[in-house]
Design a protein around this ligand. Structure first.
Ligand code: ADP
Ligand code: MG
Length: 619
């Protein structure tokens, strides 16, 4: 897999291209890699600067974008053209945001519909995907500058509560930024990986990941065994984070100094200045007891004690979410082995104290909470790159992979929990005489009927030369490489025609969704067995009707009028049974039809017919 490239400018050998881990945060974003020598995850940063890139995009009058600290400085001086918290907009409509519209100091288009939001800057309109892509492009360029090698492949993290549309939007943003997004990883899973949790086979643990960032709160209960992360429950609040702590301080100061809300609304520059000072106050109070500043001619101050009393209801709200998450997981606080703290806001001493009090044990905060998610994404990226051999063995297919066969049945080629890389193949044949195309539909899931599973891809093998049904030999093969990418190939062996397709098996599936699909398959196991039996009976019935019809067309002269009538009646009865949901009835009618036709089948025992009677089409 290792690639070696020559730098054309310098003529020197470039390092093998790495897969980077990216934490695309609401407030801050950053890139991390596994250091090639130390084999430890490190956050990338320029000399003497922070690894954090504020997730802020500023547009100048020509529409040129700048990202990061430079853009953040414009929050105060040019709020209309400076976009922060774009992640909050991902996959959202204006209606979703309505209540919080005041929060945005830039123009979010209010079309009062359910369509996805856009942001207007001057004459231009940007989707949240566009905005995120600006941030990702900046991260990519920084990484390339620091690593002196192209960066084109990445693992990007998203909150556990992100739905499919939001995950897809994140992928699209990556693509727009020129990144091949190999995997979307849940932030809590990444944070656990950064603490080395789940990297040892024998380890079995229940973990709570408490993530209080700038804009969101997320609590996840995970169970790890055999290196597999299982999400037991998630809870949280998409509108609760460090920003709210800032707002609590802003409101306190407005009261104290008699600042009028309307004045702030009219002067967004002044409002942003106040907001930034509140954030500074909050951060200072994580390590000191008192904060003082000047703003618009006023002296503003706040003590740690006052701050804690202001934010107590907010922190209590997060504890309520923790309680709900535990309830959903069916666990009591003492069943949690490890508590992992994530997000800059977990630096607030009151937060640490209340979380640790609730779970009844000290929290894990040794890894920098701003970087922990990106560091874990780098660990995941390294596993995908195949550098972590021990773990590679543990990388498995979370769900079975197979194709649709006759009657909508799932035919599994690679079972769930198969080790990656892996391959499998099986032969199929045509259903109809002269059939020139064969449809291959690829599914993922544990249910017996494909309609209950998740469709990953579909393609047609075209140009199969005309042959009687059952004669073509179509080999379908599945191959999953170390990156988890599935290649599906279909080849007709007699003629050599073939067709190939690439599928990303985990595309858009969260751990929780995988979990749900597995649970469904267990809950429905009995139903599935019954419906599989029904489908099989129907398929058999249809084949027998088909064969009988062909037989009669060919051998009309051999049968008496009575025999023809009896056959027609038995066929009709079977036809009717096929429309009902009763496999036993179908079997009875098949048997009855066989009774009628057996004597003349024996009479006309020529090779071709017996062949046709025995031949079974699989597809
Ligand atoms: P996100 O995941 O939303 O991008 P981060 O994890 O980067 O957010 O956290 C950003 C939040 O952390 C901001 O609200 C910031 O003010 C807060 N924060 C950073 N450092 C501190 C600190 N020392 N004390 C309190 N809050 C902090
Ligand atoms: Mg975060």
């Amino acid at each position: 897999m290792a690639k070696i490239a020559i730098n054309i400018a310098t003529g020197s050998l470039q390092q093998a291209e790495m897969i980077v881990g990216i934490d695309l945060g609401t407030t801050n974003s950053l890139v991390a890699i596994i250091h090639p020598e130390s084999r430890q995850p490190v956050a990338l940063k320029e000399h003497n600067s922070s690894s954090l890139v504020p997730s802020v995009v500023h547009f100048d009058e020509f529409g040129n974008a700048t990202v990061g600290d430079v853009a953040k400085a414009y929050l105060e001086t040019d709020p209309q053209n400076t976009i922060f918290s774009a992640k909050r907009l991902m996959g959202k409509s204006y209606r979703d945001l309505k209540e919080n519209a005041d929060f945005f100091t830039y123009k979010v288009i209010d079309d009062d519909t359910d369509s996805l939001v856009k942001v207007q800057v001057g004459e231009r309109f940007y989707s949240p995907i566009d905005l995120s892509s600006f941030i990702l492009r900046e991260l990519k360029q920084r990484a390339e500058h620091i690593l002196k090698t192209p960066v084109t492949r990445a693992v990007i993290t998203v909150p556990a509560y992100f739905n499919d549309a939001q995950r897809q939007a994140t992928r699209d943003a990556g693509k727009l930024a020129g990144l091949d997004v190999l995997r979307i990883v849940n932030e809590p899973t990444a944070a656990s990986l950064a603490y080395g949790l789940g990297l040892h086979k024998e380890e079995e643990k229940t973990i709570a990941v408490y993530d209080l960032g700038g804009g969101t709160f997320d609590i996840s209960i995970l169970h790890i065994s055999n290196g597999i992360f299982e999400v037991l429950s998630t809870n949280g609040d998409t509108y609760l984070g460090g920003d709210d702590l800032d707002r609590a301080i802003v409101q306190y100061w407005m009261q104290e100094a008699g600042i009028i809300q309307d004045d702030l609304k009219l002067n967004k520059e002044l409002a942003q200045g106040l907001r930034l000072r509140a954030e500074e106050a909050k951060k200072t109070l994580s390590s000191s007891d008192q904060y003082e500043t000047e703003w618009n001619g006023d002296r503003l101050s706040i003590s740690r004690e006052k701050f804690e009393s202001l934010i107590l209801p907010l922190v209590n709200k997060t504890i309520g979410c923790c309680r709900n998450a535990l309830k959903d997981a069916g666990l009591s606080p003492d069943k949690i082995d490890t508590i992992v703290m994530v997000g800059g806001s977990t630096r607030v001493p009151l937060v640490k104290k209340m979380v640790s009090d609730f779970f009844g044990k000290p929290v894990n905060d040794s890894v920098n909470p701003d970087e922990v998610v990106a560091l874990g994404a780098a660990v995941q990226a390294d596993i995908l790159a195949g550098n972590n051999k021990e773990f590679l063995l543990l990388d498995i297919t979370p769900l079975s992979l197979g194709i649709e066969t006759m009657g909508g049945l799932m035919d599994v080629l690679i079972p769930r929990n198969a080790k990656i890389p892996t391959k499998a193949g099986r032969q199929y044949t045509t259903q109809k005489d002269g059939q020139g195309d064969m449809r291959i539909a690829v599914y993922q899931g544990e249910r017996d009927l494909v309609k209950d599973n998740r469709k990953l891809a579909e393609f047609s093998l075209k140009g199969i030369p005309a042959m009687p049904a059952g004669l073509p030999k179509v080999e379908v093969s599945f191959l999953i490489n170390a990156d988890g990418i599935l290649m599906v190939k279909a080849k007709e062996l007699r003629s050599g025609v073939e067709q190939e397709i690439e599928v990303k098996p985990q595309y858009g599936l969260t751990d929780a969704e995988v979990e749900k699909m597995l649970l469904d398959s267990i809950t429905h196991a009995k139903d599935d067995m019954q419906s599989r039996a029904l489908v099989e009976a129907r398929t058999e019935g249809e084949q027998i009707l088909d064969v009988t019809e062909k037989f009669i067309a060919k051998n009309n002269g051999l049968l008496s009028k009575e025999e023809l009538t009896a056959t027609a009646t038995a066929m009709q009865a079977l036809q009717l049974a096929l429309t009902m949901e009763d496999k036993n009835l179908i079997h009875t009618k098949i048997e009855e039809l066989n009774e009628v036709t057996r004597p003349f089948a024996e009479r006309a025992m020529d090779a071709a017919i017996s062949g046709a009677l025995k031949g079974k089409a699989i597809m």
